[in-house]
Design a protein around this ligand. Sequence first.
Ligand code: AGP
Length: 609
Amino acid sequence: MCGIVGYLGKKRAQPILLEGLKRLEYRGYDSSGIAVLEKKKILLYKKEGKISILEALLVNKKLEGTIGLGHTRWATHGKPSDENAHPHSDCSGDLVVVHNGIIENYLILKEELIKKGHRFKSETDTEVLAHLIEENFKGDLEEATREALKSVEGAYAIGVISTKDPEKLVAARYGSPLIVGVGEKEFFIASDVPAILNHTREIIFLDEGQLATLTPEGVKVTTLDNKKVEKAVTIIEWDVSLAQKNGYKHFMLKEIYEQPRAMMDTLRGRIAKDEREVLLPEISLSSKEIEKIKRLFIIACGTSYHAALIGKFLIENKVGLPVEVDIASEFRYRNPIIDSQTLVMVITQSGETADTLAALRLAKEKKAKTLAITNVVGSTASREADGVLYTHAGPEIAVASTKAFIAQLTLLYLFTIYLGGIRGTIPEEEAQEMLATLRNLPQQVKKILEDIKGILSCARKYFHKRDFLYMGRGINYPIALEGALKLKEISYIHAEGYPAGEMKHGPIALIDEDMPIVAIATQGSVYEKVLSNIEEIKAREGIVIALATEGDKKIKEKADEVIYLPQIREDFTPFLAVIPLQLLAYHIAARRGCDIDQPRNLAKSVTVE
Ligand code: AGP
């Protein structure tokens, strides 16, 4: 997720672009840049690091140009660097592009363009767009952009300017958000409203496959096949801070609702056209090496550790490979039995967690192959592991991890199918069914997000409670742990996750009429067992909040509260069960007036021991 801003009008573009980028920094902040069209030349400045570094670079420069583009990056292809920062230019430097999204076929396009003599400077997918538009340019920037986009596969929101068509700014979107701002004889483009709210509240929201051409005369919107589109202008009432959260009260809530997109972006480009095979080219482990793996360790902390536990369950079931999961701060101080036929995977959203990095280094010392699942391109974990798999969840601002977790699960399911394909343990039909289920998940998650009255009712009834227990079995035991962690870290209520079968071994002593227990009782191989655990709790006056499968007729008589989830294969229930638990934690914490995005004593990335 990156931030784009563009300006065409009578004022100097430079301050407008820099202000807009600062308002979009929450969308990505590993590098940034601006390009301004001035006296038939494009002046381009870009730097690795936060926007303040770009501002320092420009502090003594007063660019006069009144047309320009700006970009703040969240790297997906190519590490954070000056070269990989946007805007990107064509061979001549007369045309520049800014882009948010992922061009899935950029390698093929790049090869074709190199054969035609184009010279590339960066490792990014975006630079391909600049050369593609250059290749199609015959005097009209709008037409050249339209033609170029016809050969692009993937997601994009772009802005383009050129000295060869100097009174024009062309923008287009497919799969990534892009808006047009309408001012007094001045026009804007941006990834999101906050970037331009200080200049205009009149916004045109572009839809998929639409292209906007900004000139001093106004804005023209067309489809990719050049059909004119009449667009309504929306008047935005929000203030800037609310706008940065897209109207949500907290980044955590915004990120909970971004989970369908985080899953879609993590899946993007990783399922072969026949929908039967997983593509993980960046894994940098050969099939031979994968066949030789005898043991897999998955090491992580906190929420990432809960994802690791689900990975264990899945991989052992589907691939027959022994998996050992460990908390990084434990793993690094014991003497794990590791050799060159061991694969050690670390899961870390930030890629900077000290204990997890120490575990990764210990694994490398012991000659294991190492792999990192991380959300941050260019993070320490991504650079030190032998291979890396990126979740494309976009920047996760809230301390409590939500969309990164579900993206980690998505990647672990893809990795399982990938391993099973190479080691011959998952038949093609099963792989196809698993991939079809993965593809359908964002819709099912969306359905849960749209109907939360049961969750709100539970938050209202139980937000003042002092202790919660969460219980689950099998693949949902880690979700019980995750639900408890979400509640404790943002509401400061004591909450513990337990395997449901463990209740009789101690926790049941805690149960009384003041103790809510969240039970994950979805349909599956252990459903009856969980039902009997619920009965044991009810016999001791406990309050049971059950997660159940739509159509379950029995659960209503047993539990005090029931939150229903759509039908899904048992081994995919974690994706659905975690959503109500994230929302329950959020709405309880909101009722308690907690500082949800920055809970006390916590940091987004624990970079110290
Ligand atoms: C999750 O909500 C917490 N903020 C915390 O447990 C987090 O998952 C943990 O610190 C690991 O972070 P990482 O994934 O960046 O390594």
